[in-house]
Design a protein around this ligand. Structure first.
Ligand code: FE
Ligand code: FE
Ligand code: ZN
Length: 298
């Protein structure tokens, strides 16, 4: 048994019920969503009736609420002092929304230091997270995501994430979300994932790994680009990703696809999840989805 799903949408009206239905349509048993548009702060209040309906539907479809993930919006940048107060406030609101939805984990990009240097950035992130945990005494975990190192992103290696962990007082409320595209772009060799995991374990401890984003990458290792690719079409490759998904030490960890839509309009997730379950790559699978889309237009 593995926990596999994808990014899905969440809307104002049907909220978690909409996300759940979308995940079911892909054959997923977990999923991840933003509580609103990731690039703005407009959020509607949580509709408890829709949440209850969603949880019932999850139970009927073997989706485990404990494995469902929220992704914090990327306008939160705790590494930048100028945006820190806003980030703290908004992150606290996100934690409250998670609590109301029954979600136990939220993924957060550590932040970008925007020219002020890694040390200053990490200091701000630690300060921000300490404030957030001080003002929110709930038990939703914040998962720091491993980043590609694009621009001035912090979290491009395990030791930067470890420095954040060490500075946060309530760090039992912190975990890590690996992103396979970001790790590749940051310079990790995904073809030798056992070594990557060993490195992770010696620096952070394997128990800190709580979620994995499964993405192929459009770019070479160490490119620091962060452009996701569909499974089997990138530089990481289907076999390496499959090994990570079925890794015996990572069975309980939810795996979430964030691969691009085909021609920007058709979600690839049903097919990608099917191939993962079959443990077999279908050559040119994107072509068949493209063809299907064309036929629907005609
Ligand atoms: Fe992310
Ligand atoms: Fe990601
Ligand atoms: Zn990314």
């Amino acid at each position: 048994m593995i926990y596999i799903g994808s990014h899905v949408s969440f809307d104002k009206k049907d909220q978690l019920l909409k996300s759940t239905k979308e995940a079911i349509s892909y054959g997923a048993n977990t999923f991840m969503f933003y509580t609103g548009a990731p690039q703005n702060t407009i959020r509607s209040s949580i509709n408890n009736q829709k949440t209850l309906e969603a949880i019932d539907l999850m139970k009927e479809n073997q989706i485990v609420l404990d494995k469902v993930i929220v992704h914090a919006p990327y306008i939160i940048n705790l590494a930048n002092r100028d945006n820190l107060d806003f980030g703290i406030r908004f992150l606290i609101e996100e934690l409250e929304r998670c609590e109301q939805l029954g979600i136990s984990m939220i993924v957060l990009h550590p932040g970008s230091h925007v020219g002020k240097g890694v040390e200053e950035g990490i200091k701000n992130i630690i300060h921000g997270l300490n404030e957030v945990f001080l003002k929110n005494q709930g038990n939703v975990k914040i998962l720091l995501e491993t980043m590609a190192g694009k621009g001035s992103e912090i979290g491009k290696n395990f030791s930067e994430l470890k420095q954040i962990m060490d500075g946060v007082i309530d760090n039992q409320r912190l975990g890590i979300c690996m992103d396979t595209c970001h790790l590749n772009d940051a310079g990790y060799n995904m073809a030798d994932f056992d070594s990557v995991l060993k490195d992770f374990d010696s620096i952070l401890g394997i128990e800190k790994l709580n979620c994995i984003h499964i993405n192929d990458s459009k770019n070479e290792r160490s490119s620091h680009k962060d452009r996701h690719e569909n499974l089997g079409y990138g530089t990481v490759g289907f076999e390496s990703l499959l090994k990570i998904i079925y890794h015996p030490l990572l069975k309980e960890i939810p795996k979430i696809l964030e691969t691009p839509y085909i021609n920007r309009e058709k979600p690839p997730y049903k097919k990608e999840i099917e191939m993962i379950k079959n443990k077999e790559f279908e050559k040119n699978w994107k072509d068949s989805i493209e063809k299907e889309a064309l036929e629907n237009v005609e």
